[in-house]
Ligand binder design. Structure first.
Ligand SMILES: [Zn+2]
Length: 76
């Protein structure tokens, strides 16, 4: 199933969303802001956290481009 990770631009909350019919979430589940941004993958997000880096660049996420499935178990 296509579960994607999103992050709210207003409250910085990150959340996973099961996309049905190619339609993502319209608003943040926490603050209801429409300014949400899809992350590259949950895998890139987790690896960024585990490495202790706080910078949010797309470079780290792009290395997980083959990890668009709902499971990131085989990514690394
Ligand atoms: Zn929010």
């Amino acid at each position: 199933m296509p579960i994607y990770e999103y992050a709210c631009q207003d409250c910085s909350k990150s959340f996973e969303y099961l996309v049905l019919g190619g339609k993502g979430p319209d608003t943040c589940p926490k603050c209801k802001s429409p300014r949400i941004k899809q992350q590259m993958s949950a895998c890139g997000f987790h690896s960024k956290n585990s490495s202790g880096q706080t910078t949010s660049t797309s470079a780290s996420a792009s290395s997980c481009s083959g990890c668009s499935a709902s499971s990131c178990a085989g990514c690394h």
